[in-house]
Design a protein around this ligand. Sequence first.
Ligand SMILES: Nc1nc2c(ncn2[C@@H]2O[C@H](COP(=O)(O)OP(=O)(O)OP(=O)(O)O)[C@@H](O)[C@H]2O)c(=O)[nH]1
Ligand SMILES: [Zn+2]
Length: 227
Amino acid sequence: MINNNAVNHLTIEQGITDFEHEHYNAAFNTPIRPDAFEMDDDTKMEMIAKHFKGIMQVLGMDLNDDSLKDTPKRVAKMYVKEIFSGLNPANKPEPTLFKNPFQYKQMLVERNIAVFSNCEHHFVPIVGKAHVAYISNGHVIGLSKLNRIVQYCSQRPQVQERLTMQIANMLKEALGTEDVAVIVDAHHHCVSSRGIRDAGSTTLTAEYSGQFLVTETKNEFLKHIAS
Ligand SMILES: Nc1nc2c(ncn2[C@@H]2O[C@H](COP(=O)(O)OP(=O)(O)OP(=O)(O)O)[C@@H](O)[C@H]2O)c(=O)[nH]1
Ligand SMILES: [Zn+2]
């Protein structure tokens, strides 16, 4: 059962002593409670549907309307099983690694990976692209796993800076190398559809480590994604 009194946020800086290593890495720095995964998905969906129904009722919507009556359930399913499914380490993708028999030692760049995330401040979409790269230290990763890592980290309430770091950290963990680079270029609906209402701007974040800290290597990566 969920411990409703456990409201303290845990972050990596504070230490997660009773979390398994896997949980710790998967939810790197996402503020989650220690009991976050104790409740099963069905119970979560039931509770979210109830709360969302309350929001709709407060807004004055008629929940007897044929089009609206199932919306609370739809939203609950979407939150738990889809757009926030990356909160749960049970949904972490398994990276398939291959030996590197061809001795490919240059960087591998995967460009234009779709990013669909949600802003944790307003719960509206962040939509954009990620470009990732790594230099093999003896293994190569199945290409689709790069997209899956981006997708998994995106399926959480996010800020773009943390999303970028989480993608980089998962790549390092999966590939066993520090030689990774990540760029995220995204459009925040909280900036375009409300508030300042600037539909033209995008936000660019980057994380470089290992060999990508060397200017020449970084520039090669930037040249590849610009071409
Ligand atoms: N650094 C960062 N800020 C973000 C991100 N997503 C949204 N924000 C910002 O978070 C801030 C929240 O600011 P608040 O002043 O508390 O919220 P608000 O009153 O809704 O702010 P406005 O959007 O300016 O109307 C806003 O400036 C958002 O643009 C992100 O990924 N990274
Ligand atoms: Zn926002």
